[in-house]
Ligand binder design. Structure first.
Ligand SMILES: [Cu+2]
Length: 154
């Protein structure tokens, strides 16, 4: 009788163990409003914009696209009164729970060596790689992005 009781206790402990939720919350980044500008005539570069919200503090570290030879994360900065863009060498910080918008006149994803011209109505696949969250596949519509600062809502 005693033997059976011990067995029952042991299996109860095992069940409790396996039922326990993992103590790790998955880092997730949500992407909305992904859009790439049509390629200007004869050029093979264009900018893409997206709004990213990370569940935990994270960082966008790289971008790739099958439609482009290379993709970089750019910032706009003013030097000597001239707006210039430069690659963000350490990527783009994503504070937890905060929507970070890449938008015209600000941070953007730069596609270079675009393989074929992009026109309104096309879609571009982007793969966003983060420091913590799993890589995220995004389909960006080709079209004109909403104007900078425009919070028009839907
Ligand atoms: Cu750029």
């Amino acid at each position: 009788m005693k033997y059976i009781l011990i067995l029952a206790a042991a299996s109860a402990t095992l069940a409790a163990c396996s039922a326990q939720p993992e103590n790790v919350t998955l880092a997730v980044v949500e992407a909305t409003e992904a859009v790439c500008r049509p390629t200007p005539n004869g050029r093979d570069v264009t900018g893409c914009y997206v709004t990213l919200t990370a569940s935990q503090g994270d960082r966008l570290i790289s971008v790739a696209s099958p439609s482009a030879g290379t993709a970089e994360i750019h910032e706009m900065k003013t030097e000597g009164g001239i707006m210039q863009m430069a690659e963000l060498p350490d990527g783009l910080p994503l504070p937890a729970g905060e929507a970070v918008s890449l938008k015209p006149g600000g941070n953007h994803i730069m596609l270079m060596q675009v393989k074929s011209p992009l026109a309104a109505g096309d879609t571009v696949s982007l793969t966003l790689t983060f420091e913590k969250a799993a890589p995220l596949g995004v389909r960006a519509a080709v079209g004109q992005p909403a104007p900078a600062g425009g919070h028009t809502g839907h």
